[in-house]
Design a binder for this molecule. Sequence first.
Ligand code: ZN
Length: 298
Amino acid sequence: MKREKSEFPEPQDAQARRKIRPVICYPTDSLEPPDLESYRAARAGWRKVDEVIVPPRDARCFHVPAGSFFRIVSVEGPQVGDLNLWAADDIDERFFSGKTRALHGTHLSTGDRLWSSLPYLRPMATITQDTLDWYGFDEWGGSVHDVIGTRCDPYTHRLLSGHDYHYCCHSNLTRALAHRLGRPLAAVEPAVHDVLNVFMCTGFTRDTGQYFMKASPVRPGDFLEFFAEIDLLGGLSACPGGDCSTEHSSDLATCHPLLVEIFRPQAPPKGWRSPPRNAYAGGHGEAPPATAAADPSS
Ligand SMILES: [Zn+2]
């Protein structure tokens, strides 16, 4: 947060320094763009193979095989969802919200990818359709589906209010993952991670740089569609903030369920291959181990 008045005087060339043009930190021109046409074509004749209702102020896990699609659908009323993704066979590999933000920006839409944590760093899913892409950025700099928030959690709530609330997205996702894997809450809690805030409308205030939220523009029937690049275990929480127009971390907001639908195409998208894990070998600058000297007796 910026102070109202600086302790330090501006240098004479302050304006000139402010006028320096920004450069994009991570230009993505070197990445092969997703072939959205072939993803779209793969929808023809697809079959819905599963669906999961996520109750309000709760979360559910779901499995999406590599090469299938899933949709998060608004039903009944405006509702925000907090999405976690793990590699289905290894929950150490999980969605990396921060690097996804660095690569694609603060808010995601069609054609953006959800990248996995280090050392895996590969696309876990690609967004293939977004019925809210008409929203763009509003006059406050707000937009939909952010990767800037973390997830509402009982620790921050306790810190700021002094009270306990047990149905924050972090707790909902922890319970859902524990039930899914048949493991204790404490064993799986560290695997719960920063989310994609599905349908949430957020930004940063221009004057103080604070994270803000406002009523989500989502309406029943809206959906966000993903293609699973690898075998995925998903977790989705229907946030206790409802449409996040006023507050979260309480039972005050009106909440609605969310629907997850899984679709299997007849054939994978043309030319598609499940991405391998990142090619960096993990040397980190250490000298490679000495190779065994050749045995002189042989
Ligand atoms: Zn939440």
